[in-house]
Design a protein around this ligand. Structure first.
Ligand code: SF4
Ligand code: SF4
Length: 73
């Protein structure tokens, strides 16, 4: 059996308030606030590097961040 792929942090832009609390929790500095449709929104950069640690998800009080299975193939 191949190893299960690591999950990845996914931002729900509709729920994200742009508070920025998740940004400093990422030890790999993969998150930043970017303007998306005129609204500050947490954005994951370099998704391949995300370790799947889930720290950013735990920090978000607005259920805007979730861990999801990576698409394979
Ligand atoms: S903590 Fe949640 S609501 Fe705040 S910027 Fe991050 S994803 Fe958006
Ligand atoms: S799951 Fe961990 S590595 Fe991935 S973006 Fe969130 S804090 Fe960073």
């Amino acid at each position: 059996m191949p190893p299960r792929p690591r999950p990845i942090a996914v931002v729900d832009a509709a729920r994200c308030t742009g508070c920025g609390w998740c940004v400093p929790t990422c030890h790999l500095q993969l998150l930043s606030l970017e303007t998306v449709r005129w609204k500050k929104t947490s954005t994951l950069h370099d998704a391949d590097t995300c370790s799947g640690c889930g720290k950013c998800v735990a920090k978000c009080l607005f259920d805007a961040l979730t861990m999801q299975a990576r698409e394979v193939g």
